[in-house]
Ligand binder design. Structure first.
Ligand SMILES: [Zn+2]
Length: 71
């Protein structure tokens, strides 16, 4: 039971919609946006976010909803 909970805790989703398991979020780039901590899979995703946070957030929120849809 306890080990199952620990597994869930180690799973997290980055803003770009990728799901990571058995990974520690602290090794991934993160940024603050409107009081929330957002995580990114790579430094280049973080750079794209920082270049235009509002656009990046909007676009990737939508892609998260339609995971199978390709632009
Ligand atoms: Zn990414």
């Amino acid at each position: 039971m306890n080990s199952e909970k620990a597994e869930v805790a180690r799973k997290f989703v980055v803003l770009c919609g990728r799901v990571f398991r058995d990974a520690d979020p602290k090794y991934f780039p993160s940024a603050q946006y409107r009081g929330r901590t957002l995580r990114f899979c790579t430094e280049s995703c973080l750079g794209a976010f920082l270049a235009d946070p509002d656009i990046f957030y909007k676009v990737h929120r939508n892609s998260e909803k339609n995971k199978d849809a390709k632009p």
